[in-house]
Design a protein around this ligand. Structure first.
Ligand code: PGA
Length: 258
């Protein structure tokens, strides 16, 4: 096993994935309450990912603050006859800094294969967006002993011909998403360490500086122990990011170990 090079400091990133939740007024209520509560947080990147419909209003309010804006998906073509889709240039236009790509719900319900995920990552980067690249095994795959095989495939295919330093990776075991079953810190550390070693093996010298977030039932109660793992550089938070107080507590996880 290759261990984390502790001499490299990775800035924590805490991201809220609101999924298909919040109308525009609800999103704005959250943002108005949340912003002052984290205004003094200088040592972490904070990202919120509202649904498409709330991006424009959110972007206007987030200008000049320490909270960045992410979309939850995009389509890889730039424009044209793709009814219902949103392109990378459109996300830039509306004020997004980031986009989440390859979330397991997209893979599971909307047919996002590794090839499609790779096209989306490239489209995002080509347009200047930063990417939160999600990956993770299902319960069936874990129980069949295929976790590492799946992680390797998703990583190498999804990031094919992509400079890893341009992406933030999010390890999200599917069995932990929205289930209340968090990976233990040991399980998270093991997977994150594996992902980093694969990045290194695939010739990416920047592997030590790539941030790897953990996602899957992160809460105010478990964030500290997850963030204490040397290769856990942040969190991608679904359910517990929907309330400002809860997400604030996660952003303000206990420092000290880093
Ligand atoms: P959860 O979702 O925190 O509700 O488990 C995480 C995610 O899907 O990004």
């Amino acid at each position: 096993m290759i261990f984390n090079n502790n001499s490299i400091m990775r800035r924590p990133c805490i991201a809220a994935n609101w999924k298909m939740n919040k109308t525009v007024p609800e999103a704005m209520d959250f943002i108005y309450e949340f912003l002052p509560s984290v205004a003094d947080v200088k040592d972490a990147d904070i990202v919120v990912a509202p649904p498409f419909t709330a991006l424009f209003a959110a972007a206007e309010r987030l200008v000049g603050t320490n909270v960045m804006l992410s979309a939850q998906n995009l389509y890889y073509e730039e424009k044209g006859a793709f009814t219902g889709e949103i392109s990378a240039p459109m996300l830039v236009d509306v004020g997004c800094d980031f986009v989440i790509i390859g979330h397991s719900e997209r893979r599971q319900y909307f047919g996002d294969t590794d090839v499609i995920v790779n096209k989306k990552v490239k489209a995002a980067l080509n347009n200047g967006l930063r990417v939160i690249f999600c990956m993770g095994e299902t319960l069936k795959e874990r129980e069949a002993g295929q976790t590492y095989e799946v992680l390797q495939r998703q990583l190498l295919e999804g990031l094919r011909e992509v400079e890893a330093r341009k992406v933030i990776v999010a390890y999200e075991p599917v069995w932990a998403i929205g289930t209340g079953k968090t990976a233990t810190p040991e399980q998270a550390q093991e997977a994150h360490q594996y992902i980093r070693s694969k990045l290194r093996e695939s010739g990416r010298d920047e592997a030590d500086s790539v941030r790897i977030l953990y996602g899957g039932s992160v809460t105010p109660e478990n964030v500290d122990s997850l963030m204490a793992c040397p290769d856990v550089d942040g969190a991608l938070v679904g359910g517990a990011s929907l309330k400002p107080g809860s997400f604030e507590r996660i952003v303000k996880f206990t420092r000290g170990h880093q």
